[in-house]
Design a protein around this ligand. Structure first.
Ligand code: FE2
Length: 225
């Protein structure tokens, strides 16, 4: 990861300070058991998550950061993945995305505490955060599996823009199933460690018709965790 010699983060690039809205999240229409059961069957799902005010507050910062271009090709041969996106993970201490991380972590902590048994292999913690921007007409990202180091569940908050996210069976896109979603939704995708499985679903993003900002929260397995 490239750090652009920044230790000030938001102070340098971000919007002027303003407090978060009082209501951050919309009430989910389904309970955590149903969310997990659907993920087991369908690999990924989208559900409304951010209120309009909170999405706008986060988007102000997303629009102000300086993205760097991700490598356009990852892997080689029959494992080649093409992608076109800007990435940013240099969140300063005042970043609004710490607010989102902390509050969404608290939601999951509450859900997991309410369950009789834990669906994950380890204590679920969002220790990896990443903003991505996709430009209209660009590749998006071709079918791939995420790294095995990402565990349990991957959460992508769609802050703005349109694109087609889908699950498929292989790198050719066979058996693709589109996960319809809107700005403000969180797209959840299962990862290894989910209900005792090592399954890593193939997924892709294409047909980007409006500049798309996405904030991803992941649980990365690290030494000692
Ligand atoms: Fe991915």
């Amino acid at each position: 990861m490239t750090n652009e010699a920044s230790t000030t983060g938001e102070a340098r690039h971000g919007p002027s300070p303003s407090p978060p809205p009082a209501v951050r999240f919309v009430e989910p229409a389904v309970g955590v058991h149903e969310i997990l059961d659907r993920l087991e069957r369908e690999d990924a799902l989208a559900m409304p998550a951010l209120t309009g005010e909170y999405r706008g507050w986060l988007l102000e910062e997303a629009c102000a950061v300086r993205f760097r271009e991700a490598r356009p090709v990852v892997g080689r041969g029959d494992r080649l993945v093409r992608q076109r996106m800007g990435v940013y993970d240099d969140f300063g201490p005042a970043s609004r995305f710490h607010d989102l991380t902390g509050h969404y972590q608290a939601i999951w902590d509450g859900w997991l505490a309410s369950m009789g048994s834990c669906p994950f292999e380890s204590r679920f913690v969002f220790n990896d955060r990443m903003l991505q921007v996709y430009e209209p007409g660009e590749t998006g990202i071709t079918p791939h599996m995420d790294r095995t180091a990402y565990r349990n569940l991957i959460c992508l908050f769609v802050l703005e823009g349109r694109g087609r996210f889908g699950i498929c069976q292989d790198r050719s896109g066979r058996g693709m199933r589109i996960i319809a979603h809107e700005p403000g939704d969180v797209v959840l995708t299962r990862a290894p460690g989910f209900r005792g499985s090592d399954h890593r679903p193939f997924h892709f993003l294409d047909r980007i018709t409006e500049r798309r900002y996405v904030f991803g929260l992941r649980h990365e397995r690290r030494a000692g965790r």
